[in-house]
Design a protein around this ligand. Sequence first.
Ligand SMILES: Nc1nc2c(c(=O)[nH]1)N[C@H]1C(S)=C(S)[C@@H](COP(=O)(O)O)O[C@H]1N2
Ligand SMILES: [Mo]
Length: 507
Amino acid sequence: MAAGELVAGFASPSLSPLTAVGGAVIDAVPPGVKDWAISVFGTSDKAALLVGMALVIAALAALAGVLEHRRRFAGAAVMGVFGLAGVAAVLTRSQMTPMSLLPPLLAAGTAVALLRVLVRRLRASYEAMSGHATASQQAAAGDAMPDPTAVRSRRSFFQVLGVTATASAAGGVVAGIWRGASMAVSEARARITLPSAASPANPVPADAESGVAGTPPLVTPNRDFYRIDTALSVPAVNPDTWVLKVTGMVAREVQLSFADLMAKPLTERHITIACVSNGVGGDLIGNARWLGWPVRELLALAVPQPGADMVLSRSADGWTAGTPLDVLTDNRDAMLAVGMNGEPLPLEHGFPVRLVVPGLYGYVSATKWVTELKVTRFADDTGYWTPRGWSERGPIKTSSRIDVPRSGRPVNAGTVVFAGVAWAQHTGIRKVELRLNRGPWREAGLATGISTDTWYQWKLAVDLTPGQYEVQVRATNLAGESQDETARPPAPDGATGFHTIRVDVKS
Ligand SMILES: Nc1nc2c(c(=O)[nH]1)N[C@H]1C(S)=C(S)[C@@H](COP(=O)(O)O)O[C@H]1N2
Ligand SMILES: [Mo]
């Protein structure tokens, strides 16, 4: 269990085998039992559940030990079933990711391996002991020496047992500290009520959705929002102790607490953020309604000194992004966000506070778990990804994607509806065009945008006869610039080229 919990700390921080089984038990027990548990244990009901689970696990482990000692693989089978039960519990949880399946399997695998080793040593020590007993009975002279093989076997059994217990305790303590910290932060997050925005978001226009089945939602739900960061385990940042420092080339350094931030007049905006690693046609892009305080207001309090041209933002885990100072001080809605789609930021998306900057790729702007803004110069400082082969500046490139139909999926001849999204954050989209088999470009119907800072949905119905088609999409932004045709990979400053799909039209 310790191995599973420990690995979950890395692989699946929001869902460990124990929390999955506990959650499944909580969901499965009838309401009467739940009420009874709360009335008996009060707010310690979760602790009581964990103690109960520990007792059941200990009993099962003992059972597996006895069975394996009697018959080879009998105990291993118990452990295997136990691992599968863990996997089943994980599968019922909404926080599940493919990585969440690893810890219960690993826990079961570790248990089986340990069981084998321990039973083998125990058996060896029994055999040696019974051999010794016979020998000493035969001698019957009273000067029998203890059989060294028996002593060695028994010692080796207890050595393995001791090492296992110590490793489990150490693993358990580390995992416990880990989970305790992130649980405390999750609880702090659950207690937060977001203030209403002083400057609310525009309502989503009624005709902003193309209405084509299979198009991703215009506003991406938090659980489906892409996640990209270097954090091996999600940083657990407590809002009660969080402070943001504005340092560097400023007239005065400023410090901001979470309470200070929540008391500011907040702005709410839909903003589509994108990852520079998003390949043409990729899904490392998402649109959310962010609530936050404009960064320019904070910088105005600190008063950047002449000559400064960059803000190096730093996260609780030391990651950095270099953002042009002018982008953070112009009239765009660059913000210190506390809310995402009406909720406090999810832990994986930067709780309690992150940066969101319309128009720039995440790696140069969207610092999650942000704790410092250092006003500086591009000549003096570099963000995390710049020395690793990515450009110093990262404005988002005008781009577009075909979501419907899926590439390679056969469709019926007749009217075929194509649909997707296009984006040119902070400039906006003017038109989207499609071409079939490199023919003439045809203009698609463009849905009303929420704002120029978000993606736009588009659709086009085309009558098609049976055959193979290569379909390409191209967007033009409101500055009149069409997207770059040349196919280039994401590095160093964002992929270019037309998203191209193949459609097989059946008669
Ligand atoms: N602390 C921290 N913030 C970070 C990153 C990171 O690695 N660490 N990655 C950035 C990158 S590259 C992107 S694309 C966005 C992704 O934000 P999301 O995970 O909320 O979608 O976060 C940015 N903020
Ligand atoms: Mo990114």
